[in-house]
Design a protein around this ligand. Structure first.
Ligand code: ATP
Ligand code: MG
Length: 432
């Protein structure tokens, strides 16, 4: 069990936001503020949050949360509503997962702590980024990277099974995310098509870490039944306790089956029948699924966890041979804590210098950075830093897709191909 879970704390009002700027910096009212071009965007925003009636009203009714302007609903989960939001300073689009604190019992609080704690240690292009957590008296807001391309479940339900190449590209990215996660000792435990999101350019983002857990090593036994029954490994129904990595691997097998066939391997009209069918491992793969993909599915969906493929076997399988993996596979070890703008040497990450300049232009001083250390996700300065850093990384191509060798280039998507580290400019590629 992780020792550093975030707790759902007592309400913290917006003071941390106001206190970003010394009150002497703030003009008397909005008109005056706008008339003073010497004010930085941060000073203007902080002024509005203290003095502007409309901004204060928006903050009170939830149309603004911290530095974010909140817009319409884009999703709904068991425990949350997800809304589109914009950062008032950077103008970036984000997804805001909103949880009502009055309806949170201790179990939901624990799940939320895990969600935050797991997301905090993961920085990978195929794992949804957590930028900031904003707490108001009645709600908790997880500010997340926006995935505008919908989820895999809806995609398959609306458009049918994926082509073999699109399946390869999608699965390769899920594999990349899970390899990274397991290396960081995080087990997802709720992998399902609904939790595989896409950006508008088709990059996979594994989301929803509410059932995730952090282990100290891969031999740690777990004992909580988590996840969605059709994706649950047989040992979850059968045994008292289970190992984490094989459970995620099994769910990936179910996902892969769903992607290439458009149907689930284990289906039943009652939970008892579903359980029996999963434990017996009885499923059949349609004959038109290519042989290498069939072999991969069979290697994954083995009822005995010890006989099941491990991630590296999946990476090396014949089916994925033509896939040139994205550079996200290169940093397969967790990077450790985020680089800090104040302590790092600036040559280390090109993006950091860029982000520091942008933050200065917005009005963040060395003192703001010094005080906030950029490690506390409940701090608005951290939110700005993470959003800008991620934008800079995206400009350098970190969200680009893997390629399948030998496929026809799609000229409409060619802009996606230019980024560092992946030597595929001369390759042919396919994008869904
Ligand atoms: P459940 O446990 O029922 O899966 P949840 O309360 O944990 O739900 P999520 O799965 O995280 O919530 O989100 C619910 C839905 O909101 C997702 O299925 C997706 O459609 C949408 N959604 C969540 N996060 C994002 C995001 N970052 N970008 C776009 N849409 C999102
Ligand atoms: Mg979900």
């Amino acid at each position: 069990m992780p020792g550093s879970h975030y707790q759902v704390t007592t309400p913290r009002l917006h003071h941390s936001v106001y206190s970003l700027t010394d009150s002497s910096d703030i003009g008397p009212d909005d008109e005056d503020l706008d008339a003073r071009p010497s004010l930085t965007p941060l000073e203007r925003l902080s002024g509005d949050m203290c003095k502007n009636k409309n901004t204060i009203k928006d903050l009170m009714i939830g149309r603004r949360v911290g530095f974010y302007k909140v817009r319409g609903e884009i999703g709904c989960g068991t425990f949350s509503r997800v809304k589109l939001a914009f950062h008032a300073l950077t103008k970036d689009k984000v997804a805001m997962k909103i949880l009502d604190k009055t309806r949170m019992d201790t179990q939901v609080q624990r799940l939320l702590s895990r969600e935050i704690s797991s997301m905090e240690v993961l920085r990978n292009p195929n794992v949804l980024h957590l930028y900031e957590v904003v707490e108001t008296p009645s709600r908790l807001h997880l500010v997340l990277e926006y995935a505008g391309g919908g989820d895999l479940h809806n995609k398959i339900c609306n458009e049918g099974k994926l082509s073999d190449d699109t399946s390869k590209i999608t699965f390769a990215q899920i594999l990349s995310a899970i390899k990274y996660m397991h290396n960081a000792n995080v087990i997802h435990r709720d992998l399902k098509a609904e939790n595989v999101l896409f950006t508008s350019s088709g990059c996979v983002k594994v989301a929803d870490f509410g059932f995730s857990t952090r282990i100290s090593n891969h031999n740690d036994f777990l004992d909580t039944f988590c996840g969605s029954p059709p994706y649950a490994a047989p040992e979850l129904f059968r045994d008292e306790c289970y190992l984490g990595p094989p459970v995620d691997v099994w769910a990936m097998g179910v996902l892969l089956f769903f992607m290439v066939t458009g149907s689930m391997p284990f289906r039943a009209d009652t939970m008892g029948k579903l359980r029996r069918s999963i434990i017996s491992g009885a499923y059949s793969i349609p004959p038109w699924v290519p042989g290498p993909c069939q072999r991969l599915i069979k290697g994954i969906l083995k009822p005995e966890p010890s006989e099941r493929h491990v991630i590296d076997q999946m990476l090396g399988c014949d089916w994925l041979l033509p896939v040139e993996f994205p550079w996200s596979l290169v940093p397969s070890e967790p990077a450790g804590p985020l680089h800090s703008l104040i302590e790092s040497d600036w040559g280390e990450l090109e993006e950091e210098a860029e982000v520091r300049n942008q933050m200065e232009e917005l009005g963040f001083t060395a003192e703001h950075l010094q005080n906030n250390q950029l490690k506390d996700c409940r701090n608005p300065v951290t939110g700005v830093y993470r959003i800008l850093l991620h934008q800079a990384q995206k400009r350098r191509g970190c969200d680009s897709l893997p390629v399948v060798r030998g496929m026809v280039r799609d000229p409409k998507r060619e802009g996606l191909r230019a980024y560092r580290g992946l030597r595929h400019t001369s390759k042919l590629c396919v994008l869904s």
